[in-house]
Design a binder for this molecule. Sequence first.
Ligand SMILES: Nc1nc2c(ncn2[C@@H]2O[C@H](COP(=O)(O)OP(=O)(O)OP(=O)(O)O)[C@@H](O)[C@H]2O)c(=O)[nH]1
Ligand SMILES: [Mg+2]
Length: 330
Amino acid sequence: MVPPSPAADIGRMAHDVRAGDRAVLSRAITLIESKRADHRRDAASLTQALLDATGKAVRVGITGAPGVGKSTTIDALGSMLTKQGHKVAVLAIDPSSRRTGGSILADKTRMARLASDANAFIRPSPASGTLGGVAAKTRETMLLCEAAGYDVVLVETVGVGQSEIAVADMTDFFLALMLPGAGDELQGLKKGVVELADMIAVNKADGDNLARAKAAAAEYSAALHILAPRSPNWSPPVVTYSALTGDGIAELWARILEHREKLSASGELATRRGEQRVKWMWEMLEERLFAPLRSDRTLKAALPRIEADVAAGRLAANAAVEEIADILGR
Ligand SMILES: Nc1nc2c(ncn2[C@@H]2O[C@H](COP(=O)(O)OP(=O)(O)OP(=O)(O)O)[C@@H](O)[C@H]2O)c(=O)[nH]1
Ligand SMILES: [Mg+2]
């Protein structure tokens, strides 16, 4: 029997992804996540074949410290949206994978409604790799989901610097979740997050927490006012809500849509996405060019000594670079 040609396979896969076939979408994502060179090529053909069907989703990044309620929020927001007729994809960036069980989205119990929702698609973070690698896979996955008809993509990440930048770089709207604070109001206001945030939302504004949530929101508002906003067309609002009761969830979404209208009207959304795409290209290229460097055995063996010599001031940094280049070029 003649094996089917990869090109035909990819064509069929693209067709089935467009048709919204979840099983094929999952397989396509697995292809995207593969590190094999031939798979990578097929993945690129697939993305290219689907390109005209991408870009139509509202892309929202969601960050916040562990326990702030990211999963509960995604469950509440996502199921509200599917009820309105949207198709919602939930992705994650968690390059650390330090947690037991690996990914942030392993805990589908906190997203019980969405996990069993036919109009929701939940995909955990790729299991391992550098942040650049994981982010690249998540971006391609987002494009596939869009091609499959998901018109809302929620990308979750934990509150650690670089992964937040990666998520902000692949979304239109970056939502920072905060806890009603016992004196820790400003602790979450790390400079990086605030610079990226399009909205700060204080969760758990329910029961005994209500007053503290309002107080925290007031502090965040005051802090935001002294910072230059990320966009000339949008001043990040600070809101309170409860993922548990659902109070304020509709308002979160209304703000996201308002932001979208403003940035679309001004042309900023299109510009931002264009810049993001070029940045992705460079990041992926860097990742690709760095790969041989990471896997070179001779270099791996020599690096500890080279680094120690550089640190101790015995070897000039530029001399070290020459030595490394020699090892790689041999
Ligand atoms: N009172 C109250 N509790 C909430 C609310 N949202 C989430 N919680 C609780 O806070 C805890 C953590 O919620 P998660 O949604 O798992 O938080 P997370 O940010 O996804 O946590 P990690 O995945 O561990 O980073 C759970 O016990 C939730 O039930 C809320 O609006 N009000
Ligand atoms: Mg969670």
